[in-house]
Design a protein around this ligand. Structure first.
Ligand code: IMO
Ligand code: MG
Length: 423
């Protein structure tokens, strides 16, 4: 693989159902950029990174905010939950808060969104198992053209004069009349008072940074199998976590992004309901869940676990126009002689080597499992046979290998800048 050494813009996306360890990869790559940009989702994301042995969890803020001197941009495609955002902002140094930029077009998640979501999930015959952070209803409001945007609440008098009337209308339409209006006024006021300096036209900002030759790192939350259009609908999130979401979520042309890195674990997990063809159960699953610490960052729920799924990865590679893989959590499988990997499926007795397009088909799949070469202790050398096999099976090389939780536990095979500086 030939990677250009001085790439200006890179995008990191999750290739599975979220929780791939994107935060760590973004954190590693962010040492070399001028801004990190989130383009979709909100507090449903939970990015964890270990700096030294200290664990940092962020929900809205891109990981790069923990690096000195770079901008942390929250794009227009995001939906922001005021109290959660304020909590995060107050957990980082003031110097870092000054480097946050929030799109005036990003939407605000309001208490009635969470109330509506809770009702829907409780009453649904087929609940999605959402994070209950109001994400779906906030995007519904956006696309229903009744959403409240960050720019609105920064307008003098908007919160006091306009917001209560708007919310009374919206919540009545949705059958949760009057839910949380006073609360909404209170939290939006807090948000305005704390972050008004950070709200700006981020599309214009990114354009300017690009023209000045600055480097941008785009950070997807969730994973592309949860994509609203191309994921396992309806068991998906309400935005486009895939690379395709960058354009609408930031206003920045995806044509300018030279490299898309897809993050995948060496096995697979999923939180919430929906099809998961490579899922395993019972004691085997419990052991893997425990070894990998697979409990939700946002909700604390135990994650469903399964094997690496090659047809699903090939689909993800195509969808994201992928350039390389970042392979994470291989250390969880240290010492396994062979690694179970799903390389195809059986559907009604027929052998499939592609991830099916129809949800009905995905639900009926029986996985075909191959044993791939294992490794003793994860490092670039001992992982080579597995990594080569992955390259062969998907056509995509591994550029980054995470060898543990901490920021410094990483191998970069194909550096994104002058050789050796990142590793
Ligand atoms: P990170 O960024 C894992 C899942 C939920 C549910 C579905 C819809 O940590 O990878 P939503 O609240 O978004 O409407 O829920 O999507 N989900 C995630 N699963 N990691 C995440 O984010 C997720 N964000 C949403 O469990 O199945
Ligand atoms: Mg998560």
């Amino acid at each position: 693989m030939e990677l250009e050494k001085s790439m200006q813009h890179v995008c990191v996306v999750g290739l599975n159902w979220g929780d791939e360890g994107k935060g760590k990869i973004v954190d590693v790559l962010a040492t070399d950029v001028d801004a990190v940009v989130r383009y979709q989702g909100g507090a449903n994301a939970g990015h964890t990174v270990y700096i030294g042995d200290v664990r940092h969890v962020l929900h809205h803020l891109p990981m790069g905010v923990l690096h000195q001197g770079i901008l942390a941009v929250l794009g227009n495609g995001m939906v922001l939950e005021p109290l959660k955002l304020l909590e995060e902002v107050n957990s980082i140094p003031e110097e870092a808060v000054q480097r946050i930029r929030i799109s005036d077009r990003a939407h605000v998640v309001l208490p009635y969104h969470c109330a509506v979501e809770k009702l829907h999930e409780e009453r649904a015959e087929r609940p999605i198992g959402t994070t209950l952070r109001g994400i779906g209803p906030a995007y519904q409001a956006k696309y229903g053209r009744i959403g409240i945007r960050m720019g609105d609440i920064m307008e003098p008098g908007f919160i006091e004069d306009v917001l209560p009337k708007r919310l009374a209308e919206h919540s009545e339409m949705l059958g949760v009349a009057g839910e949380g209006i006073d609360e909404a006024v209170r939290i939006c006021t807090q948000l305005r008072d704390r972050l008004s300096q950070q709200v700006t036209d981020t599309r214009r900002l990114l354009q300017r940074l690009d023209s000045e030759g600055k480097k941008l790192l785009f950070e997807g939350a969730q994973g592309c199998m949860l994509d609203i259009d191309f994921g396992t609908y309806p068991f998906v999130t309400s935005s486009s976590p895939s690379f395709l979401g960058v354009g609408p979520g930031t206003g920045f042309s995806p044509r300018k992004i030279e490299h898309v890195v897809g993050v995948t674990k060496a096995y697979c997990t999923r939180v919430g309901e929906g099809p998961f063809p490579s899922e395993i159960h019972g004691e085997e699953a419990d052991a893997l869940r425990k070894a990998g610490g697979e409990f939700g960052t946002t909700t604390g729920r135990p994650r469903r676990v399964g094997w690496l799924d090659i047809p699903a990865l090939c689909f993800a590679a195509e969808l994201n126009d992928l350039d390389s893989f970042a392979l994470t959590k291989a250390d969880v499988l240290d010492g396994w002689e062979t690694i179970p990997v799903v390389t195809g499926y059986r559907l009604d007795g027929e052998l499939l080597d592609k991830f099916p397009d129809s949800l009905t088909d995905v639900q009926g799949l029986e996985p075909v499992i191959e044993q791939w070469p294992g490794w003793g202790k994860v490092d670039a050398q001992s992982m080579q046979p597995f990594i080569e096999r992955l390259h062969q099976a998907t056509g995509i090389p591994v550029s980054i290998l995470s060898t543990g939780k901490r920021r410094d536990e990483v191998c970069i095979f194909e550096p994104f800048k002058a050789e050796g500086e990142l590793a």
